[in-house]
Design a protein around this ligand. Structure first.
Ligand SMILES: [Zn+2]
Length: 91
């Protein structure tokens, strides 16, 4: 991912230089623009990659602790649950 991002930045710089150079073929610029576009799709994280699972109890905080069934809970709720005596029943 990091390499793709660097490639995108380098192409953007190259594109700027090409645009400033009056002798650059407009088709060449188009090719680079398309390449940048494709790279941007790669560098924009897919929904699955950025998926942040919220706490299943308060549904506000980011879940940081994993329960047995892969459900995530935040530390605050984990603290509340442990105060209540390890009861994991969800209302
Ligand atoms: Zn919570």
């Amino acid at each position: 991912m990091k390499n793709v991002l660097e490639a995108q930045v380098r192409l953007e710089v190259a594109l700027e230089i090409m645009k400033r150079n009056k002798s650059t073929n407009s088709l060449d610029i188009e090719q680079v623009e398309k390449a940048i576009e494709l790279l941007k799709k790669e560098t924009t994280p897919a929904a699955t990659e950025v998926e942040i699972k919220n706490c299943i109890i308060c549904k506000e905080n980011t879940g940081q602790l994993t329960l047995e069934d892969n459900a995530l809970i935040c530390e605050t709720c984990a603290q509340v649950m442990s105060d209540q005596g390890h009861s994991l029943t969800l209302e």
